[in-house]
Design a protein around this ligand. Sequence first.
Ligand code: GCO
Ligand code: MG
Length: 397
Amino acid sequence: MKIADWSVLTTCPGRNYVLVKLVTPDGTVGWGDATLNGRERAVEATLEHHVLPEIADRSVDRIEDTWQTLFRHTYWRGGPVLNTALAAVDMALWDIKGKRYGAPVYDLLGGRTRNGARIYQHCGGENPEAVIDTCTDVLDDGISTLRLRIDDFVDVEFGTTNVAMLRTKVRDVRAAIGTDPWLILDAHGQLDPAVAARTASALEDLGFLFFEDPTRPEDIDQLSRVREGSTIPLAFGEVYTSPWEYRDLIERDLVDYVRPDVVHTGGITALRKIAILAEHYSVRTAFHAPSDVSPLGFAATLHTALSIPNFGIQELPGYLYQDDQSAYQAEYALPVPSQLDTVFSGVPELDTDDSVIDIDDTPGLGVDIDEERAREYDYVREPLPKPRNGDGSVRDW
Ligand code: GCO
Ligand code: MG
């Protein structure tokens, strides 16, 4: 069976999503997510001008072979733009395969290894008091793992910060929520290695599931400094765009959780490759999935999460947790995708009482797109944050 037709659909039901549609001669449709936050048009152009014309007429059955050709025959391989385009094709092919065999994708990946995926929720706020209020609300709703963002507690300028102040404020959160819930702290790669190491040991006794992105993604050696002085589990890798970028992290025991994003690392096929390597080193997954991953990409993430043995925890996109809206808006002031359910149907639903999310046995990825509605929401150019230090120099966000 060949790929008979394809199209790219960019929609903005509150925020931008780029979707790829592949169609077989018998009319089976597969959808993939090609959203790269802030650089959507670059992926759209890659798909329209290069990737999709080249795969027309290929067999829809050969997912791995298509992955290999799109990854390796580009010669200048990898990177966020090319691998996001590759990911969308990969997801759409898995969607088609599921529909053709009448099976949910997780069944094609070996079947369920669990009844649901344990999730964590972002808890943001304009100041630490507001963060505590958000945490309390989220816990009241039955979610028991809470992710904090370093900027809500301290100012990180020039890669450094007041670690003692951070500890005091995080301790206040712990005092307010009690001993049971797990915490996650995301430092967004903003800390210099020495400061990251000090932060890790200062937070060690405060009940962290993991400390996320303590240092910059460009140099994983910086993580060994953090590792040496602390036993806090580390999570890393959400900005990486190829399975190969996880190899040293895993083999050198620099992480406890890997955070590949299904959309940016090359789809379900890439997530599987990373998860299998990680399994051999007892490293677990915490797949990246904030609201810049569409419901379709999130479904693809879940199908993978539900079928691997070393799943750890799953990030929840803010749009699946309604009470999250204010916290989400506060975080980077990014838009809330409020008209999402007019475009996407079959989106996985959260069972808050259990802190887990599950997916049903609809064949394929299980998410459908209302193309007509999607076309009503035109692309809106939304620049990414561009923070500066006090002296005007560039600062990470
Ligand atoms: C996370 C992330 C995101 C990123 C976003 C950038 O842990 O989910 O850090 O919220 O900021 O993906 O586009
Ligand atoms: Mg993060």
